[in-house]
Design a protein around this ligand. Structure first.
Ligand SMILES: [Zn+2]
Length: 359
C-alpha cells in the first residue's frame, strides 16, 4: 500500500465532489455541537487540526478513513443552513469567509488493495475513540443493506428497544444481527446489496411480535434472552402457538420463580427459562384446567379410609370438615404441566389449601 501527504484548502477540498463516498454514515450519529464549535474555533484561529485520511478507490472516488466528523462540520458550516443556529451565527459573526475557505489542512491519500483498506481503516479507528462495530461495518460495507439497517436502528419501536437496546451508534443493529448469524462481518459483507427492509427486517418483525405475544405481560429485563429462545423455535409454529395460548400461565410461572429468587440465582437464565418452558411443549398443558364436583366427591368418599368412621378429616390439619369446606386441587401445578387427573389431585380443607398455595 502507498500514501502521499497533501496540503489542501477547505475550499479545494469541499469542491472536489469525488470525495465522501461513505460520508453519509455521519448523518446517523448524534451530532456534537461542542465538537463542531471547537473545530470551527480552531479554523478561525488558524490552529492546525489533525490530518484527514482518505482512501483512493480505483474508480476515482475517495472514502474517508478518518476525519468524517471534521469534514461534516466543514460541509455543514459551508452550507450554512445545516448547523444549529447558535453555532453557525457565532462563526458567521466572527469568521471571515476567506479565513474559512483558505484554511489549509493536511490530507493523507492512501491507496492499495481492498484488504489493505479494511486493515488501515480498522487501525486508524481503533487508536483514539474506538468506533462501534456497526460504524465500522457501515463504513466498510456501504450499500442498501447497511443503509436500511442503520435507519431501522435509529427508528426502533418500544418493543424492539426492549429487546435490542438503544440505537446509539448502531449497537441495537449489531445485537439484533447477532441472533441471526455467527459472523457479523461476513453477514454485512455478503448482504451489502440485499435489501434489509425486504429481508432480515421481516424476520426481526416476526421475532419481536412472537416474543411479545408470548411474554408481553412479563416485567423483565431479560427480553433478549427470551427473544433468543423464541427465535430458536421460530420454525416450530405449533410450539409458538402453544406458548401464545398459555401466555398467562407462563408469565405467572416466571413471576413465581422470580419471586422466590430462583431465576436470579440460576447459573444461566437462558437454560432456566427453557426449563420452565419445557412443560409447555406440543402436548402442552392438560386441556382440562379444573377438577369437577364429581372428582371432588370421589376423593371425599375416599377420605373415610384411615380416618375415624363417619368423620371426614382434612389429611393435613386432621380436623373434621363438611364437603363444602374441602377443596380439590392439583398436586403438581397445572401451570407446570400437572395433569387434571385424580392421581394428581389432593383434597384439603380450604384453610390448608390456601396456605399450601402461598408457600
Ligand atoms: Zn386442613
Amino acid at each position: 500500500m502507498e500514501y502521499k501527504v497533501e496540503i489542501r484548502t477547505i475550499k479545494d477540498f469541499l469542491d472536489d465532489k469525488k470525495y465522501f463516498t461513505n460520508i453519509n454514515m455521519q448523518r446517523k450519529y448524534i451530532y456534537n455541537h461542542a465538537q463542531a464549535k471547537h473545530l470551527l474555533d480552531s479554523i478561525q484561529k488558524k490552529i492546525p487540526i489533525p490530518a484527514i485520511y482518505l482512501w483512493s478507490n480505483s474508480n476515482g472516488t475517495y472514502d474517508v478513513l478518518d476525519g468524517k466528523q471534521r469534514i461534516t462540520v466543514m460541509r455543514l458550516y459551508k452550507d450554512a443552513n445545516y448547523l444549529e443556529g447558535a453555532v453557525h451565527n457565532f462563526f458567521i459573526d466572527h469568521m471571515e469567509e476567506s479565513t474559512f475557505e483558505n484554511y489549509q489542512m493536511p490530507v493523507l491519500v492512501c491507496s492499495g488493495t481492498e484488504q489493505e483498506k479494511i486493515e488501515t481503516f480498522r487501525r486508524i479507528n481503533t487508536t483514539a475513540i474506538p468506533l462501534k462495530e456497526f460504524e465500522i461495518m457501515n463504513a466498510l460495507y456501504q450499500g442498501i443493506f447497511v443503509e436500511e439497517f442503520g435507519n431501522w436502528g435509529i427508528n426502533t419501536s418500544q418493543n424492539e428497544e426492549k429487546i435490542f437496546g438503544s440505537g446509539i451508534r448502531g449497537e441495537n443493529c449489531i445485537k439484533a444481527l447477532s441472533l441471526f448469524t455467527q459472523s457479523i462481518e461476513d453477514y454485512f459483507k455478503h448482504n451489502r446489496d440485499i435489501s434489509f427492509v425486504n429481508g432480515l427486517k421481516k424476520q426481526i418483525d416476526k421475532l419481536v411480535e412472537d416474543t411479545f405475544a408470548i411474554f408481553g405481560k412479563y416485567e423483565t429485563k431479560d427480553w433478549f434472552v427470551l427473544a433468543k429462545i423464541v427465535l430458536e423455535n421460530t420454525n416450530n409454529q405449533s410450539i409458538l402457538d402453544t406458548w401464545k395460548l398459555n401466555s398467562g400461565s407462563i408469565v405467572d410461572l416466571f413471576k413465581e420463580y422470580n419471586a422466590n429468587g430462583e431465576l436470579s440465582n440460576a447459573p444461566s437464565k437462558e437454560s432456566f427459562y427453557k426449563e420452565l418452558l419445557c412443560c409447555y411443549d406440543i402436548t402442552g398443558l392438560d386441556s382440562k384446567r379444573f377438577f369437577t364436583k364429581d372428582d371432588k366427591k370421589i376423593l371425599y368418599e375416599q377420605l373415610e379410609n384411615g380416618t375415624i368412621k363417619g368423620k371426614k378429616l382434612c389429611p393435613s390439619c386432621k380436623k373434621e370438615h363438611s364437603f363444602d369446606e374441602f377443596e380439590i386441587d392439583h398436586i403438581k401445578a397445572w401451570s407446570k404441566g400437572g395433569k387434571t387427573i385424580l392421581e394428581n389431585a389432593a383434597l384439603l380443607c380450604k384453610k390448608c389449601n390456601t396456605s399450601k398455595g402461598s408457600k
